[in-house]
Design a binder for this molecule. Sequence first.
Ligand code: FES
Length: 280
Amino acid sequence: MYRIVKKKQLSEKIFLMNIEAPRIAKSALPGQFVIIKLHEKGERIPLTIADYDREEGTVSIVVQAVGGSTQRMETMNEGDHIMDIAGPLGKPSDFIEEFEEMKDKKILFVAGGVGSAPVYPQVKWLHEHGMDTDVIIGGRSADLVILKEEMSKVANEVYVATDDGSLGMKGRVTDMIDHLVKVEGKKYDLVIAIGPLIMMKFVALQTKELGISTVVSMNPIMVDGTGMCGACRVTVGDKIKFACVDGPEFDGHLVDFDEAMRRSTTYKEKEKLQQFKAEE
Ligand code: FES
């Protein structure tokens, strides 16, 4: 059992939890994720590691209460226990291994909604290694822009775009990219975009046109998290990849986003049924 040591509401439906998991905290790296199971029959919820504290032995996750299991998590509080957490899973961000070649490059992170959670440890890791990066945070409205304060402490610049203009520039993250590159004349060697599939798709299309290499982080339905069940299949170029073991990060210019979006809705009904059974 894993104890929730801290819970913080980030917006109406989004919350952060620090969970005691010393073994995971010891080896976690940016880009990796955990799979959480609340009870014996519960669905497996893949969540990216938003932060880790090796000394305290805790990992942080950010959850948006959108389905049965995440809504159930929302009712949990400090001192409650989560039945199972598997991790760290997935490959750490490529820039960790390639840091020597990367350190003079200019990186722009693009975070959409809860995508700020996986972006934050990456920006923080780079900052701790002497590399400050620019970050765009996007959301439908101000209350869905999360971790801005935390991000500002570790990024070079944080730019905000909201669909309704309630915070930062009125528009999408792609409008902000256009502004930074075309109006402000900023040059980037790499864009790392993490957020909803539709956002990553349009960022990747835009950066392809701009000629900027792009990495995206896929968050499909996962079952075993070990590359055996095939649930997290993603087509990248002409290859089939499994997000849980080959990813979750892939070349954004090669990912078949339309297929990924189709697959994500195919599972919606099954997901509902599974939740229903688990809650019976
Ligand atoms: Fe089963 Fe990835 S979750 S193959």
